[in-house]
Design a protein around this ligand. Structure first.
Ligand SMILES: [Fe+2]
Ligand SMILES: [Fe+2]
Length: 267
């Protein structure tokens, strides 16, 4: 299986911090369509828009429609702190909700269960995962004990060593940790976004990864003094190869797409 994981396009009708999020998102989609149109799953992990306004969601949809992606690349969406749940639901008729009205759903493909979580709380940039959402996740994990389970969420569920940004991660770390420990045999990987950095590692025995934003990529911030503004580095998205005995995360720096291919014969 091939999974495309893109995050934080922050679609807006104008430039933000001097960068055009629309232009970059279009370039990312073009790159995906050209190079990975055989992918089985395409997920965008939140901060779909920068302001959570209707116009930006409609613009997002127009961009996606303009690229003519094949059916298998119809993006699965979750929301981040910059999104607005109500306007998202009003705009996208395909939105799936859990019983409590959160944008949480799952997809089963072969032996795999992909679970999409909602960590948005209106009025804050921090991630929240209330009791209702926790219980929904526990129910889905219980239903998927025979499967390989993959979680997609916007906020980082663990501090990632970004001293000035970790406070904006998931606030119910303790509760989430309890769930991960209980189901660590079936949860195979956690995909998230939010910090706009390429990161990967292992947490409680479960591997995780995140791509940078397609709009404003950041670098690891180990500064105790400053928060990051803009980093003039490359945006990217991740390509995950899911095989029987491995999970490989590649990064695609889609702005630097030109390649001089050489004829190559293995000797
Ligand atoms: Fe973001
Ligand atoms: Fe975010």
């Amino acid at each position: 299986m091939k999974i495309i994981h893109l995050s934080d396009p922050h679609i807006f009708t104008d430039k933000i911090h001097g960068i055009d999020p629309v232009d970059r998102f279009k370039k990312a989609l073009d790159h995906i369509n050209t190079n990975h149109n055989n992918a089985d799953l395409f997920v965008i992990t939140g901060d779909i828009t920068d302001q959570g306004d209707k116009e930006s969601y409609q613009l997002f949809q127009e961009i996606v429609d303009s690229i003519n992606l094949p059916k298998n690349l119809a993006p699965k969406l979750i929301i981040g702190n910059h999104d607005n749940r109500k306007i998202f639901i009003d705009t996208f008729s395909f939105t799936k909700l859990d019983n409590n009205g959160f944008i949480q759903y799952f997809i089963d493909i072969e032996d795999n269960k992909f679970i999409f979580l909602d960590t948005n709380l209106e009025g804050t940039d921090q991630g929240h995962f209330c009791n209702q959402r926790q219980q929904w996740l526990i129910n889905k994990l219980e239903e998927g004990l025979e499967k390989n389970i993959y979680l997609f969420m916007h906020h980082n569920p663990l501090p990632t060593g970004h001293i000035k940004s970790d406070g904006l991660g998931l606030q119910q770390i303790k509760e989430f940790k309890k769930i991960l420990i209980k189901y660590k045999e079936v949860i195979k990987h956690i995909f998230f976004g939010h910090q706009h950095i390429t990161t990967s590692g292992k947490y409680l025995g479960i591997t995780f990864s995140s791509p940078r934003s397609t709009w404003s990529p950041l670098i690891p911030n180990f500064s105790e003094t400053f928060r990051l503004g803009t980093a003039y580095t490359d945006p990217n998205y991740n390509v995950i190869l899911l095989q029987k005995d491995s999970l490989i995360v590649h990064s695609e720096d889609f702005l630097k797409a030109h390649v001089d291919w050489l004829d190559y014969t293995i000797k």
